[in-house]
Design a protein around this ligand. Structure first.
Ligand code: MG
Length: 573
């Protein structure tokens, strides 16, 4: 290898400065892609659950690398324009670049973009925010040579292999998501499949055949790679009816399965639901799962609630099933099918103001532990021209955004800018200062600990309880709707056995409430909850309890109900 270095160096010196970045980025990708795949256990289906080879449930919580391998221009502040107005889909951008500079230069610029929007620092940020899986949306032409259909691009696997290696080296899984099929599969007014306009994949036999070919190639390439948690065959394929979608999806499933015997394959949800599929298990399919995208609070779904507290209570009610059509309807459907479930997209913070960080963690806990679902939020990163000061109470759609200090950028018109200016605009995304939502980061890494307030509503699993905004000191939420025999469970490590002071923050308009701290259904201590004068009139009651050492689940059990709980706390005596 050493004797190659001088010639590479000479080559670098010879090239024009504008080409230098591309070469450096390409070399970096080559180096990183040599990172060995980790030994993450393979994921498979066991009834309704995602499990590892030993049958242990795997709680997948992650994010989407949106706007990377298929672009959505709202995620970059509509900062790209062309002679026809806003650039609204990747087809428009690529056609504009190709007509001005030719295909070769267009391809080079697109590679600069792909090497810039996501870099290794992004995987560090994702890991640091408590994630263990990334869903990677991509356009078909990332892999298939669009100029020579049914042929792989020379760099077909460069970006996906790099991302898989980046995830694997951090013990994170990957879900591969065909976000834009050739011809398009999404509803006609949507940009997110690459081209605004009619979804031609459903009616053009060649496009459909090429889509099957593409998944055949992907299945062969990633067969046996245990970093891949699942194949997401088609994103939001709502340019057709539910029955057609089910028929096409089963056909595509079999194409993949013929080349890859093991990976979980996701059957796409229609915007009307999944009923047209029947039960995949009864068709003899193995390692199949469904997905849906849940966006309460947006696009007409409960979106009349006020931003901030109103949205927070709405989201909490939906998670905890205030009505029969909330999350529990899907729990019952999925439990009945005995098929795993991925919430492939959801957005639990942007309309929730100061409550967004905590609700994000709550949503993952409910999805993972209460319902057994995998979940990937939309999305990892969005940016704005002026960036963010870091105020987590008004936050956009990305867990991460650009900083107002060192992260700003200007608009660009790709019909008039030079190639070098477009390259610089793309490269800015690799170097701009980023800022993460610290509230999301705090809550995603939060864990119940001795000596600190344990938020009652942050139970891992529960029966019969809900959460609501509290007016107690410190704000946030309290656990509510507590009836007799309801319970909430919390994992906690008790380092030292012995006597502890147990404090519980309660409010009740009733007398005679009985609340039990319990372990394995055995009483550890019993607290009498007094009448405090109202549901939001708070007081702290305390008793002494004896705790055993070790990692354990402690539960709050309502022997009688009729009170709210904001937090509890154990302190070594
Ligand atoms: Mg609380």
């Amino acid at each position: 290898m050493n004797n190659l270095l001088p010639s590479i160096k000479r080559a670098l010196i010879r090239v024009l400065p504008s080409k230098l970045l591309t070469i450096i980025l390409a070399l970096a990708c080559v180096c990183v892609s040599q990172v060995a795949f980790s030994a993450l256990p393979a994921i498979k289906q066991s009834g309704q659950y995602w499990v590892d080879a030993s049958g242990n449930r795997v709680n997948l919580r992650g994010t989407n690398l949106g706007n990377w391998l298929i672009m959505e221009y709202w995620m970059m502040n509509q900062s790209m324009t062309y002679s026809g107005g806003n650039v609204n889909d990747q087809c428009t951008l690529e056609a504009t670049l190709a007509s001005r500079f030719g295909n070769t230069e267009k391809e080079r610029l697109m590679k600069v973009y792909r090497s810039s929007w996501i870099t290794s620092r992004d995987f560090d940020l994702i890991k640091g925010m408590g994630m263990n899986v990334v869903r990677i949306p991509f356009l078909y032409s990332l892999i298939e040579n669009e100029y020579a259909p049914y042929n792989l691009r020379a760099d077909a696997w460069q970006y996906l292999d790099w991302a898989v290696a980046q995830a694997a080296s951090r013990n994170m899984y990957v879900i591969l998501d065909l976000h834009g099929a050739v011809g398009g599969q999404a509803a006609s007014d949507q940009q997110h499949d690459g081209c605004v306009g009619a979804a031609q994949m459903w009616t053009n036999g060649t496009y459909w055949d090429r889509t099957k070919w593409l998944w055949d190639m992907i299945a062969q390439h990633y067969n046996g790679n245990t970093t891949i948690a699942a194949y997401d065959m088609l994103n939001e394929p709502w340019g057709t009816d539910a029955t057609t979608l089910a028929n096409y999806s089963y056909e595509l499933f079999n194409v993949i399965r013929a080349k890859d015997a093991n990976h979980v394959i996701l059957l796409p949800g229609h915007n009307s639901g999944i009923d047209a599929y029947g039960n995949p298990n009864s068709r003899g399919l193995t390692n199949s799962s469904f997905w849906m995208h849940f966006y309460p609070g947006l696009w007409g779904w409960n979106d009349t609630a006020t931003v901030g507290a109103g949205q927070a209570n709405m989201y909490a009610d939906w998670l905890h099933c205030a009505t029969a059509t909330d999350a529990c309807a899907w729990r019952d459907k999925i439990n009945g099918l005995q098929t795993p479930f991925l919430i492939g997209e959801f957005q639990p913070w942007t309309l929730l103001g100061s409550y967004g960080g905590q609700m994000t963690r709550k949503a993952y806990d409910m999805f993972n532990y209460q319902y057994g679902w995998a979940a990937t939020n939309w999305a990892y990163k969005t940016v704005t021209n002026s960036g963010s000061s870091g105020n987590t109470n008004s936050w956009g759609w990305g867990m991460v955004t650009n900083s107002s200090s060192g992260g700003t950028f200007s608009n660009i018109n790709v019909s008039t800018a030079t190639s070098a200016q477009i390259e610089a605009y793309f490269y800015r995304f690799a170097t701009q200062t980023l800022v993460r939502n610290e509230s999301i980061a705090y809550w995603m890494n939060w864990t119940p600990t001795v000596g600190n307030q344990i938020e009652a509503e942050m139970f891992k699993t529960h029966s019969g309880v809900r959460m609501e905004i509290t007016s107690d000191a410190g704000g946030g939420f309290n656990a509510s709707y507590i009836d007799a025999n309801d319970w909430m469970s919390y994992p906690i490590n008790i380092a030292t056995a012995g006597s502890y002071k147990l404090e519980v923050r309660v409010a009740s308009p009733n007398t005679g409430g009985q609340l039990v701290l319990s372990k394995n259904a055995t009483d550890v201590g019993v607290i009498t909850v007094p009448n405090t004068g109202g549901w939001q009139a708070w007081t702290t009651v305390s008793i002494t309890v004896t705790l055993a050492a070790g990692q354990q689940d402690l539960a709050l059990f309502a022997r009688t109900g009729g009170y709210n709980i904001n937090w509890w706390k154990v302190t070594k005596l």
